[in-house]
Design a binder for this molecule. Structure first.
Ligand code: SF4
Length: 281
């Protein structure tokens, strides 16, 4: 794993996501190496190939200092725009244990009592380290990416990320500590269309935890993403390979949309954005 310290020019960046106005990414690259990661395109900004995603992390060592300056503009705004940590990296990947950039940014948000929504999205129980800071932030919520309920599935797709059982446990702990929680159910693995009972177990687990809300997202199978997934799929049987090839069709998407609607109703979950997120390639 290549870890390199760099200086960034700015840290609060306007977002194109429907779920946040601004994004904060204290790292470029991500050690969790998920096979479906859309953020692998970030390599082009640091002279890295898409194939090498997961093998490098560039640490923006001046993130806290930048944030301290940039937040001033937002404190003057009446709209209190929302922030998300993070959109193209995991804010609690291994390097965070040493550099504590996410922690430092959250500490400033707590100190200035920023009123806008501050969302965290991670796959790591390391977020529990910062529970006491999160409690002091007026409008914080923590999301875990939940793509299955089985550790063997997370090991297959989210190669170096904490296992799903740890993430579900972390959500439970956050909830017990009075932190607002959400689950990011995405991407929906295409093979769930053949194993709906497996997909249903996600909704059931989230209902058991009483997660406050959920986002659901269809898989993004853009060419560069499929390229990274191909080696992983090579070991699968032909039926699974076919499912992934057909996963970009409208029929596939609509069938999963219907199923999600049914699950949301059955388990009484609160679906954010009122629909399953879909990125057209
Ligand atoms: S944790 Fe998120 S940013 Fe990191 S590799 Fe996985 S999908 Fe990409």
């Amino acid at each position: 794993m290549e870890v390199k310290e760099i200086n960034a020019k700015n840290i609060i960046v306007k977002s194109k996501l429907p779920s946040a106005d601004y994004v904060i990414n204290p790292y470029t690259g991500c050690a969790f190496a998920c096979i479906y990661c859309y953020a692998s395109f970030m390599g082009r900004f640091v002279n890295q190939t898409i194939e090498n995603w997961g093998n490098y992390v560039y640490v923006k060592i001046n993130s806290i200092e930048l944030f301290k300056n940039e937040i001033n503009t937002f404190l003057k705004s009446k709209d209190n725009p929302s922030f998300l940590l993070s959109s193209v990296t995991d804010p609690y990947q291994g390097a965070e244990a040493k550099y504590k950039l996410t922690q430092g940014i959250l500490e400033i948000i707590a100190q200035v009592q920023y009123k806008g929504q501050v969302g965290i999205l991670t796959k790591s129980p390391m977020v529990l380290r910062d529970i006491e800071i999160l409690k002091r932030i007026p409008n914080a919520e923590v999301g875990m990416t939940i793509t299955s309920t089985e550790d063997k599935v997370s090991k297959w797709a989210e190669i170096k990320a904490p296992r799903i059982s740890q993430r579900l446990e972390a959500l439970k702990t956050l909830k017990e500590n009075g932190i607002k929680t959400y689950a990011f159910v995405g991407p929906i693995f295409p093979h769930y269309i053949k194993k709906l009972y497996e997909f249903e177990s996600i909704f059931q687990s989230l209902a058991d935890i009483k997660v406050d809300s959920i986002f659901i997202e269809h898989i993004n199978l853009g060419k560069y993403i499929l390229k990274r997934m191909t080696s992983q799929l090579a070991e699968e049987n032909q039926e699974i390979k076919n499912v992934y090839q057909q996963a970009t069709t409208k029929e596939h998407r609509l069938q999963l949309d219907e199923f999600c609607k049914e699950m949301i109703k059955k388990y009484g979950l609160n679906l954010r954005l009122s629909e399953v997120i879909y990125h057209k390639n």
